[in-house]
Design a protein. Structure first.
Length: 120
């Protein structure tokens, strides 16, 4: 078998192992993203809080680059900061955020890891 089946009972463990392994290998190149992907991740959801929009934009950029080196694609981004959202291509935002008019400043409630998150 050359690929792991999504939905198999072992998939969450394999996905976590691959992400953690990749982040350890590339930590020197991506010092902000590597710890984030190791410590703030559960299966396919990453959740964190940062001190500034600039730091969040840098984290997203580094995380996407780190993952792309392992042929992984991060997407479905959401943030409570419009500056951060505007830095993310519409196609890479969470589906509920793709159609939101960011100039109005109203963001929907998101669910992640069983928690409802009011991103406003």
């Amino acid at each position: 078998m050359n690929v792991h089946l999504f939905g198999a009972s072992s998939f969450p463990d394999c996905a976590n192992f691959a992400l953690k392994y990749l982040s350890r290998m590339l930590e020197g190149d991506y010092p902000l993203a590597a710890p984030f992907l190791r410590q703030d991740c559960y299966v396919d959801d990453e959740v964190t809080s940062l001190h500034s929009a600039e730091e969040a934009v840098r984290l997203i950029s580094e995380s996407r680059k780190l993952c792309s080196r392992g042929s992984l694609h991060l997407h479905k981004f959401v943030s409570n900061d419009l500056t951060v959202l505007e830095s993310i291509p519409v196609s890479e935002r969470a589906s509920d955020i793709q159609t939101v008019n960011l100039s109005r400043g109203e963001l929907p409630v998101e669910r992640t890891l069983g928690v409802q998150w009011n991103v406003v």
